[in-house]
Design a protein around this ligand. Structure first.
Ligand SMILES: [Zn+2]
Length: 215
């Protein structure tokens, strides 16, 4: 038994999954779009945030989407998508750069919790991308982030865009989506099977709107 299957078995034994149906990737995208529309229009309903829901998810979780997003404090995922407790499985690092621990978390959400949609969520004016574009040197471990984003900046530069930050933010999301789609042995297999979807999206700091990107 490989380690992921072992995790799955342990999880099933120790923690019953919350009572909700698995929904398709397209339906998940629809729910996120609807939630973001409510947020942008000032009509957030803050669903599933009451005590009843706390009790309901205390014995298990079945989030309907995984968000791989930037740590930026201005992009709080449950708020911008108007979702509640147990709805979103979220992995956040600056510039939504992924590495082994992130990949394991994403695979866990997919294999064990049954999440069928993964959204790589970047945002406008991302500080990590800005640093990769403009700063020749950064201290400490920040260099890990910058090095991961630089290929996207170089690709964006080659298109001679009017706005290099915006083009780099978009290219970074696109490359991260492709990276996850090709990530063996779990995600790439699921993508080939067509059982999961991995998409990119861009949060606009100025408007609160999430733009889903074509990949
Ligand atoms: Zn950011």
């Amino acid at each position: 038994m490989n380690s992921l299957k072992l995790v799955a078995v342990i999880s099933l034994i120790s923690c019953a999954v919350a009572n909700s149906q698995t929904i398709s990737p397209d339906e998940s995208i629809r729910q996120l779009k609807l939630g973001n529309l409510r947020f942008v229009e000032g009509k957030s309903i803050k669903p599933r945030q009451n005590f009843e829901r706390i009790k309901e998810v205390s014995t298990g979780q079945k989030p309907f989407a995984t968000i791989v997003g930037c740590s930026d404090s201005r992009v709080p995922n449950e708020i911008i998508f108007d979702q509640g407790l147990g709805d979103l499985f979220i992995v956040r690092t600056a510039g939504q750069v992924s590495s082994y621990a992130s990949w394991g978390s994403i695979e866990f959400a997919e294999e064990v919790l049954g999440t069928k949609l993964i959204v790589v969520l970047g945002h406008t004016a991302c500080g990590a991308v800005n640093a990769a574009v403009n700063l020749p040197e950064v201290p400490g471990h920040i260099v890990t982030l910058i090095n991961a984003i630089k290929p996207a900046v170089e690709k964006a530069k080659s298109t001679q865009p009017q706005d290099l930050i915006d083009a780099s933010v978009r290219e970074n999301i696109k490359m991260q989506v492709n990276q996850l789609k090709e990530l063996e042995p779990v995600l790439a297999k699921r993508v080939r099977e067509g059982s999961i979807k991995i998409v990119g999206a861009l949060y606009h700091l100025e408007t609160g709107k999430v733009e889903f990107l074509e990949n």
